[in-house]
Design a protein around this ligand. Sequence first.
Ligand SMILES: NCc1[nH]cc(CCC(=O)O)c1CC(=O)O
Length: 319
Amino acid sequence: MTTTLPDPTKPMKIGTRGSPLALAQAYETRDRLAAAFDLPEAAFEVVVIKTTGDDRAMIAADRPLKEIGNKGLFTREIEDQLLNGEIDIAVHSMKDMPTEQPPGLTLDCYLPREDSRDAFVALEMTAISQLPEGAVVGTSSLRRKAQLLYRRPDLKVVEFRGNVQTRLGKLRDGVAEATFLAMAGLTRLGMLDEVPHGAIGPDDMLPALAQGAIGIERRSHDTNTAEMLGAIHDDVTAHRLAAERSFLATLDGSCETPIAGLAEIDGDTLRLRGEILRTDGSESLSGEISGPVSEGADLGRALAQRLLSRAGPDFFDWG
Ligand SMILES: NCc1[nH]cc(CCC(=O)O)c1CC(=O)O
């Protein structure tokens, strides 16, 4: 395929956070674009942008994410640079993306989705069921905490953040006996072999909506870039995310609310499973819906409304 870069005299600027996982996602995007258009690496520049979510003081290790108010926490500064024209595209983990984009920006390009499952990470165990009575588990995810306590009310959950090495260090130091990571993150970092883990299938625990998917955002009027992104866009991922993100949007959730779900496609049929929980894990409501692949967004809304109608008036009192 041939294309003109937004400005053929300058590299196309790919904006991303600076974490190892974010960089791996940006390089994957660059490599797919380079391959699709037979361009050299030098035709692209990866631009690292610091976000509020990367600010260590803001995100003190023991401060729960929900206190900080996380909608857009990892995206706002990147979107500002995109609107300013400092970068041409922004690469995001879809699981961290608010369900609506700011005016002027469009997010409709998805790379083929990686493994959507969670990984149970522990030094000598491979599944939640192996945790001894009363064990301590580290996670900062409200969803994982609620799902875990719903299954195992005997466990104790402590705040746990940091990169993969930091977390493994904490396990070795005995801060917790186990933690969770996304399989997609471990895979993209090439760390599946060095991190002891067991994959958690969706029948045992549903992942976060959009987990494992990368989305690429652009300026809405930048038709040249839109055309380029079309070459690396994955339609199957888009259909799955249409269902998952409309489910999430109807529940008005974000990555840090106890909502889980997964859409899968078999032939012409899309099957969406979803779960909402109380933060303390005392109650869980789950359900599923199936229908034509092309009606994913309607299915997501319908499943969300079904769960909402079953939830008591104070179910969403997430404090
Ligand atoms: N909320 C942080 C975050 N956002 C995306 C991923 C992993 C990669 C992905 O799900 O695409 C992670 C870390 C984790 O959950 O282990």
